[in-house]
Design a protein. Sequence first.
Length: 264
Amino acid sequence: MQPNIIVASNDVDVAMTRDALARRVVAHFGSSLPESTLLCLFDGTDWQALRNERGVANRGFYVWAKPYTEDECWDWPEHLRKHFFTDDPASGRKRSAFDNLIYLHDSTCQTDTGLVMTFAHELQHFVQHGHEPKLWAESSIVTNLTREDIRALSLNSSHIPIEREARAIPKLVAEKLCGAEAVRRYIDGKIKENANPADVEDWNFVQGLDGSVPYDLTRETRLRFQRLKGFRPQLNEALRLRKQGSGDPAFDLVDLNELLAGAA
């Protein structure tokens, strides 16, 4: 199923360029994309409240948003709500017209390489959620540990299996579509930009990745949880909050007893 691509820009040339690039990325993923509805919005501005919440290094996001209603998302930008929600005659409210959403800030799309790498990153999360929902949910609860727990574990994005995979594959996609040298320059620029120490560490990791090397997401997820036995209460709470907050049935597939069995 083809994603619905919306480029929110008043500049016709910019809109055409971004649309064409986005469709090239989608074509690269081809039949690997799940049979699930997806809206991809490339903004003409930055969603500043989102960056304030998630940090200045935020470039966008992917989310499974099937149960969302417009009432719950009143603080989303108006143009995003306009495209994402539709009237529901049964309830008299506006509900999600798509099961999934990818959003990219305008600043993310200022360079071709930035757009391609970030969009491919979020599309890879869409693929993970659609084809490996259990693995996606398992890694996602690790990302939802508190900042204090993440610091105690010395975790960064490269340690979380779905995030590691969603960095390697997009780098390979960008090298094919934009060229390896353009990708190297883009990553060097992000390192020099120095948005924050964690972002610099992340980009240094990405620079050393070889996306052509196979990555066993199942095995790496199991290995990660073998190191988390001492954080069982925190994982329980992170899982509870994700179940409660997202309504995503993928989290019902997570079995912490299975994941932590035999962990040292």
